[in-house]
Design a binder for this molecule. Structure first.
Ligand SMILES: [Fe+2]
Ligand SMILES: [Fe+2]
Length: 306
């Protein structure tokens, strides 16, 4: 099973919409975009990454959220245009999830902007936030949506209902003898060099870690933190957490610069190969990145996850 994983492409638009200008994050986000983000996410990088992915062959392509910056109509429109060739090539095997930036305000969530733009990435129902796809006779992708709008923060929330749905989906896969590729937007654990702040973390990450420890999917694919890594936390030793990093960011460090990851999975041996590709510092060429698996040595995390 060959998988391409990318995330956090963060397309942006400089024109504000009037409908939810009252929402605190809207104006703060606009200031952040004007001063910082528009320089850090060159639209050309997003185009180059998706064009490069389109040249590859894979059984499955996963996008794990944050296609937009502020859930603006023009941002979703641009994302739909950018992703259309990927959907044309891979059909339902182009597996798309929303991130917290695609659920930016209550108005944009109520408008179903994500769902209307990406019907193929929508959850099965308003109250069902787990989506399942059988890729072949062996592998099943289980994706979940825990992105919610917050007035100022960028958290996700894994509530009890979603946790139960996820538990059921993972249990069903086990009964069916399926190997699972689990994917969501937020990490449930981060390497000690990349600690997540309280206003960005997944609320309920400990419960997700416990669920993963019980069901033991070989990989958990996520984004949100814009750094590329492979990480095997102590609390979930059977699972490699794969953060594909951002597919749109310009940054000095190669592991943060726009790119994507190609993974090879074997039902008996889990993750057998991984290749990361990122744009060079001048954006002119492609470089491969070495991603050795980071073992967790954070005792505090291990304690929480158990
Ligand atoms: Fe992001
Ligand atoms: Fe995010």
């Amino acid at each position: 099973m060959k998988i391409i994983h990318f995330s956090d492409i963060h397309l942006w638009d400089g024109v504000l919409e009037w409908r939810d200008l009252w929402y605190p994050k809207r104006l703060l986000g606009y200031v952040n975009l004007s001063l910082r983000r528009k320089f850090r996410f060159p639209p050309e990088y997003a185009r180059r990454v998706t064009a490069r992915i389109l040249e590859q062959e894979a059984d499955l392509v996963v996008f794990s959220g944050d296609m937009t910056t502020a859930s603006l109509k023009n941002e979703f429109k641009a994302a739909a245009a950018l992703f259309a060739p990927l959907h044309d090539k891979w059909g339902e095997r182009f597996f798309v999830l929303p991130g917290n930036h695609d659920r930016y305000t209550p108005v944009t969530v109520g408008d179903l902007r994500y769902e209307r733009t990406f019907p193929y990435g929508a959850m099965p129902g308003a109250d069902v936030r787990v989506r399942v796809l059988d890729v072949d006779d062996e592998w099943r992708v289980i994706g979940f949506d825990c992105s919610r709008p917050y007035m100022l923060r960028s958290n996700g929330h894994l509530d009890e209902a979603l946790l139960r749905q996820l538990d059921d989906a993972l249990g069903d896969a086990r009964l069916a003898g399926r190997s699972v590729i689990l994917t969501g937007h937020f990490p449930y654990a981060t390497p000690s060099a990349h600690k997540e702040s309280w206003q960005h973390k997944l609320i309920g990450e400990e419960q997700l870690a416990r669920l993963v420890a019980r069901h033991q999917p070989p990989v958990y694919l996520h984004g949100h933190k814009h750094v590329r890594w492979l990480f095997r936390p102590d609390g979930t030793p059977a699972t490699v957490c794969v953060n594909s990093g951002s597919a749109g960011l310009d940054a000095p460090a190669k592991e943060k610069r726009a790119g994507f990851i190609t993974l090879t999975l074997d039902p008996d041996h889990g993750l057998t190969a991984c290749l990361a590709q990122a744009l060079s510092s001048d954006g002119a060429a492609w470089e491969t990145c070495d991603l050795s698996i980071i073992q967790c040595t954070d005792a505090a995390y291990t304690e929480r996850a158990r």
